[in-house]
Ligand binder design. Structure first.
Ligand code: PMP
Length: 448
């Protein structure tokens, strides 16, 4: 083990990590295997994967069927190009399958290898859409503060968390962010969006891009009517609506796609993560018939946008098998039912402890906010590091979870595999209770 950790320090630059911390502390956990909602590290410690790793292992770990689907395709045709007029059957069948699951009117799929590539692709596609209609001035993208959309060039800029722009300088031009709905409510957030559109000039705006539910921003649900009003504003100003379903797609929220909860159909949808449950990298953009028709009619010559792995046959074969599992095992429905169980567990914890503010779930996407005063929602000072302490306490109890502490929030996020059962939900929430209680005691907060 020690040797591995030395090699890790020397040769493996971890994504989204503190390089200094890696050098001083070394890798804390080296994972070895997975089964269902559980992960086991090289020392034999077993953890509940309460985040489905990176919100993505929807069907749970250790699925032999997916390994077999990959092996079969790897042996037959591991890879071939989808550029120009070449195609392959798994990619065709997966595109058709995704179209059948997507909201009515979204039927054509451009494949990528992940969420960032999908958002960059969607942004380039909408700019192309306007350009071929003689409206090249429509280039700007409006997104939301606290939104997270990835780390490629455009997806970094469309992300509404400034730390991501600062890492290598600044964001690209032609991106701007309206206030999020979190703590603002529908009216204020819509007013901010409208003001942003007016300020930037509607005729310069290509699209609005947002997650149906902000994930990495803290699992923030849109308030009543918000997305409907966004759709109306987009229509009023002739702006396309891109929904980032990278987290919310493929059953995470108790419906196949997150937008279904709000009765709103976007013009483009980006997806990744749950499409293969992370067994192999894959993502994509689904476009509306209306957008596709414009592309079919007016996109002359070569579309100069394509990744080597767009339409990867093996990734597509795994995607198809993964969706088959989601459907066969009723995992979208299980997500809805277990999400309700999880919420009951959260509510019980809120009742029994003193530092729990809002608790929420939508399917198996949930959050517990920790606050100094649940009556007023007064937040803890950031330097108290309350949420990171709870994450640490959860880790000690065998639960891997994630905190959002951006702008002094203390939000514990949950996104467990969709295969979780009642007993496992109860075990996970018991451990959460213990972890929060231990931090509450450490802070010296006693029940009044
Ligand atoms: N969009 C959303 C909503 C995400 O949560 C993420 C990743 N967490 C991305 C895009 C980026 O996806 P990837 O990391 O696969 O590039």
């Amino acid at each position: 083990m020690e040797h591995l950790i030395e090699l890790d320090k020397k040769h493996f630059i971890h994504p989204t990590s503190s390089i200094q911390q890696q050098q001083s502390d070394g890798a804390k956990v080296v994972m070895e295997s997975g089964d269902g909602i559980y992960l086991t590290d090289k020392n034999g410690n077993v953890f509940i994967d309460a985040m489905s790793s990176l919100w993505n292992v929807n069907v749970g770990h250790g699925r032999e069927e997916l390994a077999e689907a990959a092996a079969e395709q790897l042996k037959k045709l591991a890879f071939s190009s989808s550029f120009s007029t070449f195609s392959n059957e798994p990619a065709i069948r997966l595109a058709e399958k995704i179209a059948s699951l997507a909201p009515a009117g979204l039927n054509a799929v451009f494949f990528t290898s992940g969420g960032s590539e999908s958002n960059d692709s969607a942004i380039k596609l909408v700019r192309h859409y306007w350009k071929i209609q003689g409206k090249q001035e429509r280039r700007k993208i409006i997104a939301l503060k606290r939104g997270y959309h990835g780390v490629a060039a455009a997806s970094t800029s469309v992300t509404g968390i400034p730390e991501f722009w600062g890492m290598a300088g600044h964001m690209l031009t032609d991106f701007t962010h309206a206030d999020t709905h979190y703590e603002n409510g529908t009216d204020k957030a819509i007013a901010s969006l409208q003001e942003t559109i007016e300020r930037e000039g509607p005729e310069t705006i290509a699209a609005f891009l947002a997650e149906p539910i902000q994930g990495a921003g803290g699992v923030l649900f849109p308030p009543e009517g918000y997305l409907k009003k966004v759709r109306e504003l987009c229509d009023e100003y002739g702006i396309l609506f891109i929904a980032d379903e990278v987290i919310t797609g493929f059953g995470r929220t108790g419906k196949m796609f997150g937008m279904e909860h709000y009765g709103v159909t976007p013009d483009l949808m980006t997806f990744a993560k749950g499409v293969t449950s992370g067994y192999i990298p894959l993502g994509g953009v689904i476009v509306s018939d209306q957008v596709h028709d414009v592309l079919k009619e007016k996109s002359m010559g070569t579309l100069f946008h394509g990744f080597t792995y767009s339409g990867h046959p093996t990734a597509a074969a795994v995607g198809l098998k993964n969706i088959e599992i989601i459907e066969r095992e009723g995992l979208v429905e299980n997500s809805r039912r277990m999400g309700e169980e999880l919420l009951n567990g959260f509510r019980k914890i809120k009742k029994e402890l003193n530092i729990v503010g809002d608790v929420r779930t939508i399917g198996l996407l949930g959050a517990v906010e920790l606050v100094e005063d649940p009556d007023t929602n007064k937040r803890f000072a950031a330097d108290m590091k309350v949420a990171p302490k709870v994450i640490e306490a959860l880790h000690e109890r065998g639960v891997i979870c994630r905190a959002v502490t951006y702008e002094s929030t203390d939000i514990i996020c949950f996104s467990p595999p969709l295969v979780i059962n009642n007993k496992e939900v109860a075990d996970m929430t018991d451990k959460l209770h213990d972890a929060i209680l231990s931090v509450q005691n450490e802070l010296g907060i006693v029940r009044s």
